[in-house]
Design a protein around this ligand. Sequence first.
Ligand code: JCQ
Length: 269
Amino acid sequence: MRLDIVSIFPEYFSPLDVSLIGKARERGTLDVRVHQLRDWTHDVHKTVDDTPYGGGPGMVMKPEVWGEAIDAVIAEGAADGDDEAPAAPRIIVPTPSGRPFTQEIAQELAAEPWLLFACGRYEGIDSRVMREYGTRMRVDELSIGDYVLAGGEVAVLVMVEAIGRLLPGVLGNVHSAVDDSFAPGAMRNLLEGPVFTKPPVWRGHEVPEVLLSGHHGKIARWRRDEALRRTIANRPELAAAIDPATLDKHDRKLLEELAFRVGPEDMAH
Ligand code: JCQ
């Protein structure tokens, strides 16, 4: 997979030299290139922003600079890609006003051959940039959560890590990637419960006895109970979205004890 990142702070991306992503780059699984947006300015001050039309606080990133940068990165990528390489990348713009970036989107993006991340700063990038490239390729404005960062750089690090670990051969254990809370197929819509390792007693805190029992049926049941408890406590909106048809009698009894209302058994029918 090829990843191009355009930013006024390329130094933000040194974490991509280490760990899982760093190893994937060394092996050639991932080809990451970070570009300085200011390289495509023409004035002495290397200006990338200007005042917003209509007034208001802050500054907006200029469309001409972004247009030259994206055109150049695409031309370079298309030129040194092989004949099988796609002519255009998917463009990702992290922004608090985007669609939520989810595990499902990470999986979708992990299947792409080429991604271009555009890091905005200030109040954002002139909207015509997304409009312009949206006529030629897929452009997604994505949010990593309901808070405001100083720029898209950290959001790109988050997305690249979530996407990168899904690439074939990037994770040591092939099971790890599908076992996550949000991966379809695991315990769908449930958070993962608590985990423990040795020693069996640490500072007086004991590992739940059932986990030492070797009784695989009881362990699976206990883990599911804990997953349900944690989902209700931490993510009530996820718990509310659980399909009642996926709950057995034991689940229903537990939810009743927790005073969590679910629909009747046949609600899905
Ligand atoms: C991403 N959640 C928060 C901030 C403008 C593209 O324009 C802007 C980008 C940012 C950086 O992204 C975030 C963010 N997901 O703050 C302002």
